[in-house]
Design a protein around this ligand. Structure first.
Ligand code: DI6
Ligand code: FE
Length: 387
C-alpha cells in the first residue's frame, strides 16, 4: 500500500543474538557470512518486535475496588469517591494490612498477564503505603518480582500519591515527615529508579511536588509525574522544569505544556485505561504532542481504581480508537518511547548492542497489534536471548 506506515518493518528479516544481546539485525539477504552457520530458528514469516515495555503501573497493591466500581455506576464520580474516604486511601488500608507474601502473590498474577502479552520490562510504583514501612515493603515486593519471573522491573517511589488519613488536612506535614524521609530511606536501600508524584486537586500541589523533586534531584534520582489528569494545575510544566523523564496522563494538558515538554525532552505517557474507566470526556492533546515532537509512550496504568487493566495490547487499541494515535505510534509507545520514559537505553528497539528482548507475533502486519480487541497473538517471547 502506498504511503502506508513504515513501522521500520524489514521484510524477510533476520535477528542475530549472542550473550543475551542483539548482535545484528537486518534483511536476511544482507546477513554477514560470520553469522550464517549459527543455530537458527525459522519464524515462518511471523512478525518480530522489541519485547513490550509497560512503563506505568501500580501492580503491587492490596485488595481491589470493585465496590467503588459499583458506586461509580450508581453515579458517584472518582473525585467524590476519593473525598468520601474511598479511592486511593481504601487501597492504602488494604496494602498496609497485606503481608509481603500476599502483595507479591497479587502482583505476580498481574505481571503474568502482561508477560503473556510479550512484556519484558515493567515499571512498578509504590504509593499505596503512604507510611515509610509500607512504601518500602511495596518497593521490595516490586523488585522481588524480577527474581520470580523472567521480567525486568523498574521501580518508582510514589510517596506523593495521596495524603493518608492520619495526615488529613496536613499535606505539607505529610510531605516533610513521611514522603521525603521515606524517599531517603528507600534510596538508601537502593530501591528507587525514579521519583513520581500525583499533582492534582485531590492529591498534591505543584509547590508540594517541587519539594519532593528537589530532594530527588539532590539524591540524583530522575523524576516523572502524574500531571493534568483531572485538571490543569501546571504539573506538566513543573515536570519539564525538572527535566522529568515523563509526564503521565495529560488529558488536561495544552499546547504550551506540550511545548515545554518538547524542550525538556519529557516523554508524554498516554494512559487510555484511566480515561476509559473514569469516562473522562477530555482527551490528551495528541496533535499538540505530535506537532511539537513530544515522543509518546502508552502504558496500562494498571491499578485497582482508575485503570484495573493489565493488557498493554488493549491499551494500544484504546490509544488508537479513543485518542486517534496511529498503530505505528502505539507500537513505538510500548517499545522505544516506553524505554525512554524509564530512562533506559538498552531496550525497546531491535538494534545491535541492545538486550535481546523480543516478541514474536502470529500476525502478518504490525498494525494488527493495535487493531484487535481482547486477542493475544503472541507466539513466543525472548527474554535476554532466552526463548
Ligand atoms: N492516577 C491514577 O490514575 C492512579 N493514581 C494516580 O495518581 C489512580 C490510583 C487509584 O485510584 O488507586
Ligand atoms: Fe498511575
Amino acid at each position: 500500500m502506498d504511503g502506508a506506515p513504515a513501522y521500520g518493518l524489514v521484510e524477510q528479516g533476520a535477528v542475530v543474538m549472542a550473550d543475551g544481546l542483539i548482535s545484528w539485525a537486518g534483511p536476511m539477504s544482507d546477513l554477514p557470512a560470520e553469522f550464517r552457520d549459527q543455530e537458527t530458528l525459522d519464524l515462518e514469516g511471523r512478525v518480530v518486535t522489541p519485547a513490550l515495555i509497560d512503563c506505568h503501573t501500580h501492580v503491587v497493591h492490596g485488595g481491589n475496588r470493585a465496590r467503588e466500581f459499583e458506586m461509580r455506576l450508581e453515579g458517584a464520580t472518582y473525585e467524590e469517591v476519593a473525598r468520601a474516604g474511598g479511592g486511593i486511601v481504601s487501597t492504602v488500608s488494604a496494602t498496609r494490612a497485606a503481608s509481603e507474601a500476599e502483595l507479591l502473590e497479587g502482583a505476580l498474577a498481574r505481571v503474568d498477564a502482561t508477560i503473556a502479552e510479550g512484556v519484558a520490562t515493567i515499571e512498578i510504583k509504590s504509593g499505596y503505603g503512604l507510611d515509610i514501612d509500607t512504601e518500602l515493603r511495596m518497593l521490595r515486593v516490586a523488585r522481588s518480582v524480577a527474581s520470580r519471573r523472567p521480567v525486568r522491573v523498574r521501580t518508582s517511589y510514589l510517596g506523593a500519591h495521596a495524603t493518608p488519613p492520619e495526615y488529613n488536612g496536613r499535606a505539607d506535614a505529610y510531605i516533610d515527615e513521611v514522603c521525603i524521609p521515606g524517599l531517603e530511606a528507600a534510596h538508601a536501600e537502593g530501591l528507587v529508579d525514579a521519583v513520581d508524584g500525583f499533582c492534582e486537586g485531590i492529591a498534591f500541589s505543584p509547590a508540594q511536588i517541587a519539594r519532593v523533586f528537589d530532594r530527588a534531584k539532590a539524591l540524583g534520582i530522575p523524576v516523572k509525574l502524574h500531571a493534568e489528569q483531572l485538571s490543569n494545575l501546571g504539573g506538566a510544566r513543573l515536570a519539564a522544569r525538572y527535566g522529568a523523564l515523563s509526564a503521565d496522563h495529560l488529558e488536561y494538558a495544552n499546547d504550551g505544556d506540550a511545548e515545554a515538554m518538547a524542550r525538556a525532552g519529557t516523554i508524554a505517557v498516554i494512559l487510555p485505561g484511566a480515561f476509559y474507566t473514569l469516562r473522562e470526556a477530555v482527551a490528551p492533546p495528541i496533535a499538540a504532542f505530535r506537532a511539537h515532537g513530544v515522543p509518546m509512550a502508552v502504558a496500562t496504568d494498571c491499578n485497582p481504581g482508575s485503570s484495573p487493566m493489565s493488557s498493554l495490547l488493549l491499551s494500544m487499541n484504546m490509544a488508537c480508537t479513543l485518542f486517534r494515535m496511529t498503530p505505528e505510534e502505539a507500537l513505538a509507545g510500548v517499545t522505544r518511547n516506553a524505554a525512554r520514559a524509564l530512562g533506559m537505553d538498552d531496550a525497546g528497539m531491535i538494534k545491535p548492542g541492545l538486550r535481546a528482548d523480543l516478541a514474536i507475533w502470529d500476525i502478518e502486519h504490525p498494525a494488527e497489534l493495535a487493531y484487535r480487541i481482547g486477542f493475544n497473538p503472541l507466539w513466543k517471547r525472548i527474554f535476554g536471548g532466552d526463548l
